[in-house]
Design a binder for this molecule. Structure first.
Ligand SMILES: [Zn+2]
Length: 244
């Protein structure tokens, strides 16, 4: 019954959309997240993350990488819960604001305030096969949503996909810290067009959904530095290890 199955799957997806994208409780309101899960993103943190890898830029996150945050991120990236993008993007914006506050001094994202120096959010590039599988570059989309949220409060922030892979890399999951570093060493490079488009004139904040060892953020900072673009810091929604 080849025609039945996709329809059946679509109905299941529809049902899943009515559950909270974090804890899975039914959501009669139809909102993507229940109040408790939404509060984790909207009020959690900010935390400075603990990096295991030298060269990791100063990074802030708003949540620990544990459930229900883990379920939200997997739902958004791998299970088609695109309805979570707005809440996740806003959480990323909060982490970015914290990184700017901690490093920029004058950056104050109170409503109505403005910041003179432009800020470029550079998303961690996704592997090509992952983008193909998911049908979208989920990290780049989060960066755009976060930039929009920051512009709404008067900050001149835009998302600039300034990095790409210089060679193929393996999936980081399941690799040891040493293997991750070897897997990523020299793996990224700055896109020439992006550098020319004025990223160098902006304050650059790297963004990703999760930080674990810091290895990918460190490699991204190295790649941009090599292209003459200094990195101010990094921001992620969740972090495996935070300073408490
Ligand atoms: Zn929930």
């Amino acid at each position: 019954m080849p025609l039945i199955r996709p329809l059946w799957a679509a109905l299941l997806d529809l049902a899943a959309e009515r559950d909270c994208g974090g804890c899975g409780r039914p959501q009669p309101s139809g909102e993507p997240l229940c109040e408790d899960c939404d509060a984790l993103l909207a009020e959690g943190g900010p935390w400075r993350t603990l990096a295991a890898v030298p060269g990791t830029p100063r990074t802030h996150a708003v949540a620990r990488y544990e459930d229900p945050i883990r379920t939200m991120l997997i739902g958004y990236k791998e299970r088609g819960r695109t309805d979570l993008r707005r809440a996740l993007g806003r959480a990323l914006a909060r982490a970015v604001a914290q990184t700017l506050d901690a490093t920029g001094g004058e950056a104050d994202f109170a409503v109505g305030s403005t910041v003179s120096a432009p800020v470029a959010l550079v998303p961690m590039p996704s592997r090509r096969e992952v983008v193909r599988e998911r049908g979208a570059d989920t990290t780049a989309r989060l960066a755009r949503t976060a930039a929009r949220a920051l512009r709404e409060v008067g900050a001149p922030v835009r998302a600039v996909p300034a990095l790409c892979h210089a060679r193929a890399v393996r999936d980081q999951a399941g690799l040891s810290r040493e293997e991750r570093q070897a897997n990523l060493s020299g793996a990224l490079r700055a896109r020439r067009a992006a550098a020319a488009a004025g990223v160098a004139a902006s304050r650059v904040v790297l963004v990703d959904d999760i930080s674990t060892s810091g290895a990918s953020l460190a490699e991204a900072a190295r790649a941009l530095r090599t292209a003459g673009v200094p990195v101010l810091g990094a921001a992620t929604i969740a972090a495996a290890r935070v300073r408490s």
